[in-house]
Ligand binder design. Structure first.
Ligand code: PMP
Length: 340
């Protein structure tokens, strides 16, 4: 047996903020019908998919871009809006791991601004970090890995105070889990005239299609045109178009699924807090365990129980909300650790 085969097999994946459920039933059925057509190319630039998303979101098709996940759209955006090492990309750190990666790939300079002690993006410090070389600011709402939302008023003030030539990428990968919370929605901000904005959304999280790689962005047409110019031809499949159409039609199932995961998030949070863990409010499908001292031990205990969680060494743990029985196992593991 090789060393890899000897490692204990992870049974429960709670490290990547995936939904624990397979794609929605009608979406699965629609996708299954795609197999016989796999010898055919999809559209060169996924025009029909963009048109469908535009119609659904109530925006002109010229405002929509699609990519290989929302990380693909973010990548294209930095390719389009930065031009070499003198150009800066500003974001709060820690954040989604891909931000530094795609900034490096664009050849731009990273400007990483620490989060506040309670895990929020520090808007005044982000603003202070903007210089005349800043091309893009990336804001994540709600934030990964802390789950913290950006308050509506603060976001509006931030956008208003920013120099007009700085583009804001508003990454709303988890917004479906927060939609009933009256968080500032990027689409509303765009409609109300904040033109230098790219709002990123994804089918990877709430919709459960992470493996299919479908993300989209909405921006002013001139911005969208520049991002589209960095698209790779044929990179979105016909299956993606069919899955999106079926997903849009399955809104009731989606809402029920989000409600279940939100209930489970609250249950996990309450129980972990009762065990003495610091767990801030989250508006996503994951929880942040703000525990620099105890995180490694909890990570190891989870690994021994076959649960994969995301360890940020000496910072904390990001725990994706799983199915109820998986969450039970997490709590059982946490209880055992407390008792030891
Ligand atoms: N943005 C954030 C904040 C994320 O956490 C993730 C995935 N972890 C993404 C974007 C990328 O998602 P996608 O699958 O749409 O590329």
């Amino acid at each position: 047996m090789t060393a890899v085969e000897e490692r204990p097999r992870t049974l429960h994946r709670l490290a990547l903020n995936e939904t624990p459920y397979p794609p929605l039933e009608p979406v699965r059925r629609a996708m299954a019908g795609c197999l016989p057509g796999m010898h055919r190319y999809p559209q060169f630039y996924a025009d029909d998919l963009m048109a469908r998303i535009a119609e659904w979101r109530g925006v002109p098709v010229e405002s929509v871009v699609v990519g290989s996940g929302s990380v693909g759209v973010a990548y294209q955006t930095l390719q389009a809006f930065t031009d070499g090492p003198d150009d800066e990309v500003v974001y709060g750190w820690r954040a989604f791991d891909a931000y530094p990666i795609i900034t490096d790939m664009a050849g731009a300079r990273r400007v990483e601004v620490p989060l506040t002690p309670d895990g929020a993006q520090d808007l005044p410090r982000l603003l202070a970090a903007v210089t005349d070389r800043t091309r893009v600011v990336v804001l994540c709402n709600p934030h990964n890995p802390t789950g913290t939302p950006v308050p509506a008023r603060a976001l509006e003030e931030f956008l208003t105070a920013l120099p007009r030539d700085v583009l804001v990428v508003l990454d709303e990968a988890y917004m479906e889990f927060a939609a009933d919370d009256a968080l500032p929605q990027g689409l509303d901000l765009l409609r109300s005239g904040h033109g230098r904005l790219v709002v990123l959304r994804t089918f990877s999280k709430a919709y459960g299609l992470a493996g299919l790689r479908i993300g989209y962005g909405v921006a002013a047409p001139a911005t969208a045109r520049r991002i589209r110019a960095k698209s790779v031809p044929y990179s979105l499949t016909e299956t993606a178009r069919i899955a999106v159409t079926a997903s849009i039609a399955a809104e009731a199932e989606l809402t029920a699924r989000i409600a279940t995961l939100s209930r489970e998030r609250a249950r996990l949070q309450t129980a972990l807090r009762e065990l003495g863990w610091r767990v801030p409010e989250s508006r996503t499908n994951f929880l942040w365990l703000d525990e620099p001292q105890r995180c490694a031990a909890f990570h190891d205990a989870c690994a021994a129980a076959g649960i994969e969680v995301r360890l940020y060494r000496d910072e904390g743990i990001r725990l994706t909300v799983g199915e109820p029985r998986t969450n039970d196992l997490v709590l059982e593991t946490a209880r055992r650790l407390s008792a030891s």
